[in-house]
Design a protein around this ligand. Structure first.
Ligand code: GLN
Length: 550
């Protein structure tokens, strides 16, 4: 029988519900349980694909092409399972299904209502997760208890315990215990209010996880236990951790996985925990013997969550070589006027990440030029690869107005264009290339060496492509199209022989990096960055030989 854990949050947003849920996922997996995770988001967008990353953070892409909430990135990085489109559900997608059913007459003349029709649809989405063969499904409810939009979700998960049986459901509620400096005290009142709110919707939490900047004392735990009616052992202190990868260890020491397993009637003796692989990751996080500086030159750098997976991938690669990597967030629009070649030259490496729209494009092109001309390691991700292609065309092919048709149709050299434009047809449209696509890498290329393979699969999310008409011109001038789609039509990877690391990919490798398995391209960048920092030649390490058991 599949067990379900529902994680809700109260008091404030941004408490780290996604990381708490992910950490619990890792702990249960470390107990030998098969875990899957999903997120229910109470907003009206059908998916986050259309949402501004500057406001909502990155769109995380799954293998099957789902455009999902960034918390799914945490889930994948912590439980190391590939999730799918159905791992993220929004109010918008629930309602569009319910309304489509209503139009088809599926409700047989009934009045269609939030209860039961919307709540049934929510429960159906949750149950679907339970058919995937997991022992435990962890369901995070986005938003905060007390929000108007969350009510149908809370009602659905309340009903779920009746449907699935008491022993098969555990409610975990995350709250904030603030420290008030003037009185020198930690306060439990917001937690009490939050639990009261949850109870008013019919849910008594089984576990309360208290976020705070200092550990919660035993007497405070007793108070929360008494006032919120949970066992003392079910009050978990989740103090700010030195890194997100420490959180599972902290929560395990607090007994989170034990109380959740007890609530779900999971026999702990049959599921002893083996945290050693994760502990070795955490040792790597902290055992660094060098520092590197990598710049991310993008449009949404004031909202680092817009590039969450890129930043984590940089860190993972750093862990593998014992480097702490400081990320410098550089606003593309400020290059080169305020952020000039000297400033970029002080970096050990630079990334131009994915993006849409025209703002900052010229600054990104200037960045690629500075990196190419000054031997600064550069990784171009999706838009970042398109940028390096445009830059190379302008300055090495003499196509001075080279551009992408995303930004202008006036260019005489559209080196990046929609497939339809490249083929002079109009019926292919501008649909997004989404999800996992295979690529073939040239034998002996830098990327093949990094991946240790000539067949790879990466996740995509873009409309525009390298314009194959210019392939020969680029190759003749030295930019190697080193990875292509199996039919040879789409350029997936470029690199510049002779440059320590000037690699671009049309894909988003950041979605597949794991803390204990850095992505080969990020590892390549960080290796080259370390070499630059140390003033030595880069040497490429085979990712399969990276020893994570320090
Ligand atoms: N805007 C570009 C395109 O649509 C790149 C997208 C991206 O970087 N994800 O092709």
């Amino acid at each position: 029988m599949t067990k379900y854990v529902f994680v809700t949050g109260g008091v404030s947003s941004s408490l780290g519900k996604g990381l708490t849920a992910s950490s619990l996922g890792r702990l249960l997996k470390s107990r030998g349980l098969k875990v899957t995770m999903c997120k229910l988001d109470p907003y009206l967008n059908v998916d986050p694909g259309t949402m501004n990353p500057g406001e909502h953070g990155e769109v995380f892409v799954t293998d099957d092409g789902g455009e999902t909430d960034l918390d799914l990135g945490h889930y994948e990085r912590f439980i190391d399972e590939s999730l799918s489109k159905i791992s993220n559900t929004t109010t918008g997608s629930i309602y569009s299904n319910v309304i489509a059913k209503e139009r088809r007459g599926d409700y047989l003349g009934k009045t269609v209502q939030v209860i039961p029709h919307v709540t049934d649809e929510i429960k159906e989405r949750i149950r679907r997760q339970g058919t995937l063969g997991a022992d435990v499904v962890i369901v995070e409810i986005g938003g905060t208890v007390g929000d108007i939009e969350i009510v149908p979700f809370i009602e659905a998960i309340r009903q779920f315990r009746r449907d699935a049986g008491r022993d098969n459901v555990c409610y975990v509620h995350l709250t904030l215990v603030p420290y008030l400096a003037p009185s020198g005290e930690q306060k439990t009142k917001p937690t009490q209010h939050s639990v009261t709110e949850l109870r008013s919707r019919g849910i008594q939490p089984d576990v309360i996880v208290c976020r705070s900047d200092q550990p919660i004392s035993d007497s405070l735990k007793r108070k929360i236990s008494l006032l919120c009616d949970v066992p003392h052992a079910a009050v978990i202190s989740a103090v700010d951790a030195p890194s997100i990868y420490d959180i599972p260890i902290t929560l395990h020491h607090e007994g989170l996985d034990t109380i959740v397993c007890n609530t779900l009637n999971i026999d702990l003796s049959e599921h002893a925990i083996d945290l050693s692989p994760w502990e070795s990751v955490v040792r790597r996080v902290h055992n660094t013997n060098k520092r590197l500086r990598v710049g991310i030159v993008g449009k949404y750098v004031t909202m680092p969550d817009a590039y969450l997976s890129v930043a984590e991938s940089i860190r993972h690669a750093g862990f593998a070589i014992g480097a702490k990597v400081d990320i410098e967030w550089l606003e593309a629009e400020r290059v080169p006027s305020e952020i000039d070649a000297d400033r970029i030259g002080q970096l050990d490496g630079v990334i131009v990440p994915g993006g849409f729209g025209e703002r900052g494009i010229e600054g990104m092109i200037a960045t690629a030029r500075i990196a190419r001309e000054n031997q600064i390691p550069y990784l171009g991700i999706c838009l970042g690869m398109q940028i390096q292609v445009i830059e190379f065309a302008r300055h090495c092919l003499g196509l001075s107005d080279a551009h992408s048709t995303e930004f202008t149709h006036a260019s005489t050299a559209p080196v990046i264009a929609l497939m339809a434009e490249q083929m002079d047809v109009t019926d292919l449209g501008g649909t997004m290339r989404l999800g996992a696509w295979p690529a073939m890498l040239d034998d002996g290329s830098q990327v093949a060496e990094l991946y240790g393979s000539t067949v790879v699969s990466e996740r995509h999310r873009h409309r525009y492509e390298f314009n194959a008409r210019y392939r020969e011109q680029f190759e003749a001038a030295g930019l190697r199209c080193s990875g292509n789609s199996p039919d040879g039509r789409l350029v997936e990877f470029v690199e510049l022989p002779g440059h320590p690391f000037f690699v671009g990919t049309q894909a988003h490798p950041e979605f597949k990096s794991r803390p204990d398995r850095p992505h080969p391209l990020f590892l390549g960048l960080i290796q080259a960055a370390a070499a630059r920092a140390e003033g030595r030649e880069p040497h490429i390490i085979d990712p399969s030989t990276v020893d994570v058991t320090l």
